[in-house]
Design a protein around this ligand. Structure first.
Ligand SMILES: [Zn+2]
Length: 440
């Protein structure tokens, strides 16, 4: 009897010890994400909301309209995405996005266009393109790309035929001497993720904060792409290379389920890989809801969603009309800047060169004669800190919290671009990267 009591006591202590250890281990693993959840992110959310109340109306120096768009993202056509038209258009409408230039991975060496989604859907312009070997392209024509051919030759043919070629994933080597590529990514969310030596903290942060503070979990990963920006600056010293940002969104780090034709349920995991096919039974029925617009009966979004990334790094383009020829025309000219929209919507911002007559002599992306420029100017709907960079070197930093910026000191020939930071909380955060003005 005494021995039995002792055994029970031992077992009780062992179980208690195990429980305490488990709680401690979980606390260590989730301490930071929980701190984010209950302290850092709610505080930052509040700070951003207060900052966004400082919005002012801006008088734009151009009659061109502003269109917001994404230039590197994937839909169902890619092997690693299942994004439907409904998913894309509803997220775009929610985030006030006007154009989506898709970059779906080709199915084989012969890649025929158009393919996938193309057209104007509920006010959202969609154009199909391709991403292969860190090269994004939009032929904008009925054509076939043969991916067996040398990439430089493909670029030449596409561009000569009115297509558009940009380099993606610019942290890795590319043929920078290829004269036909027109632009490059200056920010890609994936680069930020790949740079991190430990992915587990990213995962735990999204697991705890994904539903409520996904946008700030994205921000936590953000790092300024100094090396990529330096590359861009060095290229722009001797040719025009347009800079754009990419979300590279696949909406594929998640778990989903859908009915198959035979009534069974297919489970799908990371990168849209099928995991299992099961029968519906009383054991799993409770997990499923009626099929949504895209056919999903279960959806657990862990990290990346269209909704969040369409509010992350967004390209703001000045153009005349929401048509593929006009949008692509202005994209190639570099009449755009990129902004982190979750911090503040940058609609209304413009960076331009003012002529001797006080009127706009050219905007970002344009080349302007040195004799005809009086000053470089920017207007902004939110107060920020402006940094002017000439040929890769900082030449001026404005005072804090300015809605306007102008630089009227001597303007030697060179490539001038502007970065704007905002300070919703305790630190200055990169908000805008403009394309340069080329003064010659
Ligand atoms: Zn991609």
């Amino acid at each position: 009897m005494k021995n039995l009591k002792r055994l029970f006591k031992l077992l009780k202590n062992l179980l208690l010890g195990l429980l305490v250890t488990l709680v401690l281990v979980l606390l260590v693993i989730f301490a930071k994400p929980l701190w984010h959840r209950f302290v850092t992110y709610p505080r930052f959310q509040k700070q951003v909301e207060v900052f966004q109340q400082r919005k002012k109306e801006v008088q734009l120096p151009t009659s061109l309209k502003i269109y917001r768009g994404l230039l590197h993202l994937h839909s169902y056509w890619s092997h690693d995405s299942k994004g439907t038209l409904y998913d894309l258009v509803s997220a775009a409408k929610l985030r006030n996005i006007n154009f989506l230039f898709l970059t779906d991975h080709p199915h084989g060496n012969l890649d025929s266009f158009p393919r996938g989604y193309k057209g104007l859907y509920d006010g959202v312009l969609i154009e199909p393109g391709s991403e292969k070997e860190d090269f994004v392209s939009w032929p904008m024509d009925t054509t076939v790309i043969d991916w067996k051919i040398n990439k430089d030759t493909i670029s030449k043919r596409l561009v000569n035929n009115g297509g558009m070629i940009f380099y993606s994933h610019t942290e890795i080597p590319h043929n920078w001497d290829n004269q036909f590529f027109q632009g490059m990514e200056i920010y890609n969310f994936h680069t930020n993720v790949l740079e991190k030596t430990r992915t587990f903290p990213i995962l735990t942060d999204f697991l705890i904060n994904g539903s409520k503070y996904r946008a700030w979990a994205y921000r936590t990963i953000f790092d300024r792409q100094t090396r990529i920006l330096a590359r861009w600056d060095s290229l722009n010293r001797y040719r025009h290379v347009v800079g754009f940002s990419a979300v590279d969104e696949h909406e594929n780090i998640n778990f989903r389920a859908r009915y198959l034709k035979d009534g069974r349920v297919q489970w799908m995991g990371i990168n849209t890989k099928p995991i299992d096919t099961v029968k519906v039974s009383f054991l799993n029925r409770w997990m499923f809801h009626e099929p949504d617009q895209s056919g999903w009966i279960f959806k657990w979004m862990i990290i990346n969603t269209y909704e969040t990334s369409f509010n992350n790094s967004v390209n703001y383009l000045f153009a005349d009309t929401l048509t593929v020829p006009n949008i692509s025309h202005h994209l190639i000219l570099g009449h755009h800047f990129t902004a982190f929209k979750s911090l503040a919507d940058a609609t209304g911002f413009c960076y331009y060169a003012e002529g001797q007559d006080g009127k706009m002599a050219g905007m970002m992306g344009d080349s302007v004669k040195v004799a005809s420029v009086r000053k470089l100017t920017a207007v902004s709907p939110y107060p920020g800190r402006f940094t002017l960079i000439r040929d890769g070197k900082t030449v001026d930093v404005s005072a804090a919290d300015q809605y306007q910026y102008s630089f009227d000191r001597s303007l030697p020939k060179g490539t001038y671009r502007l970065e704007v930071e905002v300070k919703p909380g305790d630190e200055w955060l990169p908000w805008i990267y403009t394309n340069p003005i080329y003064i010659y």
